[in-house]
Structure formats: C-alpha cells, structure tokens
Design a protein around this ligand. Structure first.
Ligand code: F6R
Length: 586
C-alpha cells in the first residue's frame, strides 16, 4: 500500500523511476516525483500506472536529491491533487508517505483554523502542512509527536542536502552505495545501487546524506545500526520470455521447490527446526490473510493429521476478536509472503503480548514479521511481482509440510524430491480453451471436499481477483444446504477432486448440479472412467502425486486457468484493479 523511495546521487530522475517500477506492486493508482537541484524543486505527477509518469519526466543527468511515490488510494480519490509528493504551505518542504494517519481529521481541522489551505483529501497532505518552512530534526520530532497511525516518511527541503525520515508500523530501509544513498519501502529498490542496507525500527527517525546517516530511536537517543548485506538473488525483474509475471511465477514454483529442498537439508535450517521442536507447546495456531491464510489451512490439515494436539487456522484480521486461549503453550505460526501485511503484523503483536511462541513463514527475511518472530522459516520463492500470489502459496505449503514432518520426526526430503519429478503444470491448450469459455460467464462456483475445498477457496480467490468474475468456493456437501438455489445453465461449477476416498460423494454433489442445468467442469488427479467423464462438460486431468501434494499439484492448473481467463478478457493479470501486493494498512 503505497511505496516510497528517496535518492541522493546522479541520474536522479531515471534512478527514482526505476525505483518506482520496483515498488509498483505496492499500488498503482498514481505516482509522483520531486527533485531538488540547488534550491529548486521540480515535480512530476500522473494518475494511473507508473508508466504514465514516464513521458512527463525531463531527464537531467546530474546530481540531485529526490523523492518518489506510488500510491494505493486510502484517503481521497485518484487525482493529481491527491498524488504525492505533498508540500508544506510555503512550498519549501516536500514529503512522501506510506501508511495511515488515524488522527488526520483532527489535525487538519486545527490547521485549517490556522489558515492552511489543502489541495486534496489525503491524510499525507496533513503531515506536509504540519511542517514549517525549516526542515530540521527538531521540527521532524515535533511533527511526529503529533501523528497517530502508521507512517514511513521521506522528506526533503529546498534548504537542506539531507533526506529526513521517520518510521512507525510501515516498512522503511536505508540503502548505502558508493555513489549514492537511498531510502525505500523495500530494499529490492537498492539492487544495483547499494550493497548494504539498514533496517529502521518503529519510532526511528533522522536524516541521511551521501556521507552520513543519523538515526534517533523512539527515546530520542542517537543510535548506530549495523548495515546488512543486500541479497541480489531475490530480485525478479525480467519477464524471461513470459507474457506476464504471473505466468512466470507459476512456473517458478518448481524452482522454489528445488531451492527449499536444498536449503532445508542444510545444517543451519535443521538447527532452526530443532529449536522449534524443543519448544513446549500444546496448541498450534496458523495465522495469515488471503492466500497465506489458505496456505495455513493446508498446514492445518497436515498438522491435524500428524499430531494429537489442537491445531487452528485463523484469519489474521479476525483473531483479536475471538478470545482464543493464546498463552506460553501456544505455537503461533504467522504466514506472509511480504512479511509486511498489517493485519498479520497486528495479530503477531497480539499473540506475542499473550506470551505465544511466535514463529513466521515469509518470503522476505528482512521484513517486519520475520524480524519480530523468534524464528523465521523462509519460503525461498524469490520476489513475487504479480499481485496475485502463486509460487508463494505453493512454497508456503511446502514449508508447512516440512515443519510438520520435522516435528513428527518423518523424512521430508525424499517425498519432496519425488514430487519435484512429478510436477504437472497442466496442458496449456486445454486450459486456454476452458478459459476462453469461462471468460463469458458472470459467476463461477468451485466445490471440493477436505483439502480440495481449501484448493477451491484458493482457486476461487485467484479467479475473482484477476478476472473480476464473481466466484465462490463451497464445500461440496454444503451446496444442497442453500447455494444450489443459485445454480442454473448460466453458472459453471468447477469440481476439484483429488481424493479417492471422497470422490463418490463429490460426484453425487456434481450430479445434483447437473440435474439443475449447471455446467460441470472437473479438475482431477484421479483415474476416472469414461462414463464418469461423460457427466462433465469439461475435464482437466493432471498427474497423480502422493496425497499430501495433491493440493499443490492441482492448484498449478487452477492458477493458470485464472491467468488464461484474465488474458482472454483482455485484462492485465499482473496488476488487477483495486489491489496491491503488500497490504500495509489494517
Ligand atoms: C491473493 C493475495 C493476497 C495475499 C494477502 C496476504 O493472491 O496475494 O490474498 O495473500 O494479501 O499477503 P502476504 O502473504 O504478503 O501477507
């Protein structure tokens, strides 16, 4: 939700623009840039995707100081007025902000009474108007004391050669290069510019130039932070011949699996797993949002099968309302691709405050969630650029499988190696042909039993988020309890069947749909006879694997179905409307 970047060095415009492209996954409602050369500001703003900003920019290949921002609108519509950067009333101070200022209305009211004029409706403009014309540490301290909410702020002034910053509950990092210094919401922006970076903590604020970094902590004490080495392997910038990142990333599931197999055999990783095994707990909670929550459901099914203790999977934004019994004996596993999801982060704090043993599974070892957990298990999927999560889901489930087997004392390497050999991404022609039909429908249902119901939920989420087709996932057995009222010939139902033991029951439910004129589509790994096949209007078959990996095998084809359907509808699957990849607001 919004990405910010600040840069001090040469070629400011083009380097900031590259940073914006790298941050675009955080929102693409509008973008903007301000450059300071001498004591002048040049500003660029455009609504829409970052590409729209490019033609407005006049490249000046000399040293400068600049800020840039890509927006996911929260307060105020998508307009040039609401586009960052925002300026102090005198116009001498410019800032970019990621986060939400909860008391902005009250602050705005006071400022209006003092005669300040507002151009737009954002909470961020309120912060800008709180600055007087002189930007210095005292002013910054005074302003941040007034703010309630989350913020990653980068601020420049016509009268200073520093970039000022402040962080609370939104991610912020400083990148240190030989010829430049940077600040950004995500250290992936530093690749090619810096070889080390500093992670800022909540309450930190300060300023930096090319020569020095001065950081104050929440107690207003100057602190020194050890820079960490930047890992270049994470970045994923090339389409490598694919039409979209989403398709590339679906195929990268296999690479993620290979990497997980390699790294999870290492001594260091086994030591981590051993630390977890030695913890004393009598309940397990798996917590995440969206797709990460669905991975948690798969993990819950593994753990319930393996252990004799209670295992619960919870939606992060709901957990605080549930009065759950979370204490020192609760193992709380937080699942998050980005490691920055605000709802998951709040749930983590909630469980930590109750004494829970807080562990994370993330794709970003530098993230806030990974930092706050006592142990972080990386999913090693490499950067996921497409907004819809694909390879991360696959890798999260694999890591949950490994944790389950390690705690149970069962080998996981051999089964994973076997699975790697049997991975089946589905037949493109069959999936494209189905997608071209599906693109004409307005609603779709997914049904399944047991783990297939979890797969149905994930497949349904994928379809709706990138095709805007209404879709819903139902447990097969639940249809007759209400939802079947919606079935007629205009409604395709995708039946997911990978579990032999419950196939007959699922088949009965499918027949109930057929009897009401619904279109039936089967996604299966089972060997089914011709008579059964005839009951369906369309059948997609993928190779059978061992039962634990069935949800992962079948989801690959379902992800591709969503992808091909979006393409058939002429939509951009990588940048669905209204969404952002990293959801850093609650
Ligand atoms: C769906 C999707 C989202 C995320 C959710 C959590 O394709 O990507 O549902 O899974 O926003 O994000 P992370 O995993 O970063 O916490």
């Amino acid at each position: 939700m919004c990405g910010i970047i600040g840069y001090i060095g040469g070629n400011v415009e083009s380097n900031l623009y590259l940073g914006l492209e790298r941050l675009e996954y955080r929102g693409y409602d509008s973008s903007g840039m301000v450059i300071k050369r001498g004591s002048n500001f040049t500003t660029y703003k455009a609504t829409g995707v970052v590409e729209k900003l490019k033609p407005t920019i006049k490249e000046v290949a000399t040293f400068g100081i600049g800020l840039a921002h890509t927006r996911w609108a929260t307060h105020g519509g998508i307009s040039i007025e609401n586009c960052h950067p925002h300026f102090s009333s005198c116009g001498d101070t410019a800032l970019v902000h990621n986060g939400i200022i909860e008391n902005y209305e009250e602050l705005k009211g006071d400022l209006i009474k003092k005669g300040k004029y507002f151009y737009g409706q954002t909470d961020s403009e309120v912060i800008a108007k709180l600055f007087d014309c002189k930007l210095n540490i005292n002013n910054l301290r005074r302003v941040r004391e007034k703010l309630i909410g989350s913020y990653a702020l980068a601020i420049i002034s016509k009268n200073s050669d520093y970039i000022y910053f402040a962080k609370n509950k939104s991610p912020l990092y400083i990148g240190l290069g030989n010829d430049c210094a940077l600040i950004a919401s995500d250290p992936s922006c530093f690749v090619g510019f810096a070889d080390s970076y500093i992670t800022l903590e909540d309450g930190d604020y300060g300023k930096f130039s090319k020569k020095e970094v001065i950081i104050y902590d929440k107690n207003n004490k100057i602190i020194k932070k050890q820079p960490e080495k930047l890992d270049f392997s994470f970045i994923n910038e090339e389409l490598s011949g694919y039409s979209h990142f989403m398709l590339k990333e679906i195929y990268q599931s296999r690479i993620a699996l290979e990497k997980i197999i390699e790294v999870y055999q290492s001594y260091a990783m086994k030591e981590k797993l051993e630390i977890l095994k030695n913890k004393e707990f009598d309940r397990i909670y798996l917590i995440g949002c969206g797709t990460a929550y669905h991975a948690g459901l798969i993990g819950e099914s593994y753990m319930r099968d393996a252990f004799n203790i209670d295992v619960f999977c919870e939606i992060a934004s709901e957990i605080i309302y549930k009065n759950l019994n979370i204490d020192e004996k609760s193992l709380c596993i937080f699942i998050s691709q980005s490691g920055e999801t605000a709802d998951t982060l709040s749930a983590l704090e909630y469980c930590k405050n109750r004494g829970g043993i807080v562990v994370s599974i993330t794709n970003t070892e530098y993230s806030s969630i990974a930092h706050k957990a006592i142990l972080n298990f990386p999913i090693l999927a490499g950067q996921e650029k497409a907004v819809a999560s694909t390879k991360a889901y696959f890798a999260q489930c694999i890591v949950l499988y490994i944790i389950t087997n390690y705690l149970k004392g069962i080998d996981y390497i051999f089964p994973l190696q076997n699975f790697k050999r049997q991975i089946d991404f589905g037949d493109d022609n069959i999936l494209k042909s189905l997608a071209s039909k599906l693109a004409n429908f307005e609603k779709v249902f997914f049904i399944g039993r047991k783990r297939d119901y979890i797969t149905a939920k994930e497949a349904s989420l994928k379809l709706k988020e990138i095709t805007y087709i209404f879709s819903s996932a139902e447990p097969s057995g639940e249809l007759k309890h209400g939802v079947i009222a919606l079935i007629d010939k205009t409604v395709p139902v995708i039946v997911i069947a990978t579990d032999e033991k419950v196939f007959n029951k699922t088949l009965n439910n499918a027949c109930e749909i057929k009897a009401r004129g619904g279109k039936l589509i089967l996604f299966t790994t089972l060997n089914i006879d011709n008579e059964i096949e005839k009951a369906f209007d369309f059948v997609v078959k993928v190779n059978k694997v061992s039962q634990a990996f069935m949800p992962l095998q079948i989801i690959l084809s379902l992800q591709k179905l969503a992808y091909f359907t979006a393409v058939a509808k002429g939509l951009d699957p990588d940048k669905p409307r209204n969404l952002a990849k990293s959801v850093t607001v609650e």
